[in-house]
Design a protein around this ligand. Structure first.
Ligand code: DSN
Length: 417
């Protein structure tokens, strides 16, 4: 075989692709960091830009044939700046983690002190966790939430900053259900002359819609993924003030990455374009309403919500009062056709692999077309499954009911995988 057109998709691979499509269609997707891209974005992610090398930036590339790559990247940067009101955008990071790595490398030297949210309290690996580059290369200090309110104590955070004098304070979290007070973070940073880095990955869609305070006016650098509430392809993004642009760009390439994923950048352009449309605000508003309804139903069923509720697209449930662990819940839900993840809760005494919490998000369900009253049924499925963790027969029944329910919300009709 000489031409790439001669290769059919082999049956082994086709089988995996088809089963993944069916899994996404038949189950309730409640992982708070996941979403479903539009069919356009799916198509663009599979475009011929996957064939092209374009190391460098639009003003200088290490390869020929980059005229359309240049146009594409300029377009994408412009949309990112416009959507978030930022001075500079780098759209090349392959992920949120590489975005954070580039941001930290751009302003720190190894051994410099940083302050980020404790992973066990909702923070992210790359905000200074000991197992991550951010905890290994920098002197990491973590802040957390108060035990009584399960919310950040900003006075304590400011006092800690004064004590440890971080060069960078990282704000942002993966499972903190409350709005972050960026003004307070700014105050903490200003007290010690630190740079404020906000990782808005979870909130980016809501920030774009004006439903979550924008970190851009407060932070020198803002990082994000593009695939969570922003509903774009899997990837990363960095926004920053102009004076940081050169150092950030140099850290992304050649510092950390080689060639950009142009097919993903094209899909980022499409996602940013979708987010600039007025109906994106309706979508984000609905995510928030759906989450409130889900939270209310879960609380009514006797589940304790960490921090007493939520302001965003996710709820974090403390399973201890139900004598369940996160892993038990995750496995039972999976058998019942509901995909979610176990999660540590603040002051958790269980290991990371077990946990006492369950994180549930509504962004993907909202994309599928579910509105507030559907959250009652979703919550009923979740509650029934959590009450039946050892009852395989009941979990199977729920799974069948979930599959029937999800068929009402077609996902990529006509697509094979
Ligand atoms: N791993 C992501 C999440 O699930 O929240 C954060 O990047």
């Amino acid at each position: 075989m000489s031409s790439s057109r001669d290769y059919p998709i082999d049956s082994q691979l086709l089988n995996i692709l088809t089963r993944e499509m069916n899994r996404q269609r038949d189950k309730l997707e409640m992982i708070a960091s996941e979403n479903f891209v539009s069919e356009n974005i799916l198509r663009i992610t599979a475009s011929v830009f996957t064939n092209k090398y374009a190391e460098g930036y639009p003003d200088f590339r290490y390869y020929g044939g980059c005229e359309y790559a240049d146009e594409l990247e300029i377009l994408t940067q412009g949309r990112a700046r416009k959507l978030f009101g930022a001075e500079h955008a780098n759209v090349q990071p392959h992920s949120g983690s590489t975005a954070n790595m580039a941001a930290l490398f751009a302003v720190l030297k190894p051994g410099d002190p940083i302050m980020g949210m404790d992973m066990a309290h909702g923070g992210h690996l790359t905000h200074g966790a000991p197992v991550s580059f951010s905890g290994k290369l920098f002197k990491s200090h973590s802040y957390g939430v108060r035990q009584d309110t399960e919310q950040i104590d900003y006075e304590a955070l400011i006092a800690q900053a004064e004590e440890v004098k971080p060069k960078v304070i990282v704000a942002g979290a993966s499972s903190y259900p409350r709005i972050l007070d960026f003004e307070k973070f700014r105050q903490a940073a200003d007290r010690v002359g630190a740079i404020l880095l906000v990782d808005m990955a979870h909130y980016a869609g809501m920030v774009a819609a004006g439903l979550y305070p924008s970190p851009v006016p407060h932070a020198e650098i803002v990082t994000s993924t593009t695939h969570k509430t922003l509903r774009g392809p899997r990837g990363g993004l960095i926004l920053c003030r102009k004076p940081f642009g050169k150092a950030i760009d140099e850290e992304v390439f050649p510092g950390i990455q080689g060639g950009p994923l142009l097919h993903v950048i094209a899909a980022k352009a499409a996602a940013l374009g979708e987010a600039l449309e007025p109906d994106f605000i309706d979508y984000q508003r609905l995510i928030l309403k759906n989450t409130q309804r889900l939270a209310t139903r879960m609380a009514d069923a006797g589940f304790r919500l960490v921090s007493g509720g939520t302001d965003i697209h996710l709820v974090l449930i403390d399973l201890r009062t139900k004598h369940l662990t996160g892993i038990q819940a995750e496995e039972a839900l999976d058998k019942a056709g509901i995909t979610a993840n176990k999660n540590t809760i603040p002051f958790d005494t269980q290991r990371y692999t077990v946990t006492s919490g369950l994180r549930l998000g509504t962004a993907a369900l909202t994309t599928r077309g579910m509105v507030e009253h559907h959250m009652d049924e979703v919550a009923d499925f979740v509650v029934s499954a959590l009450r039946s963790v050892d009852d395989e027969g009941q979990l199977k029944k729920i799974r069948e009911a979930v599959a029937a329910f999800t068929r009402k919300f077609p996902l990529y009709p006509g697509l094979e995988f």
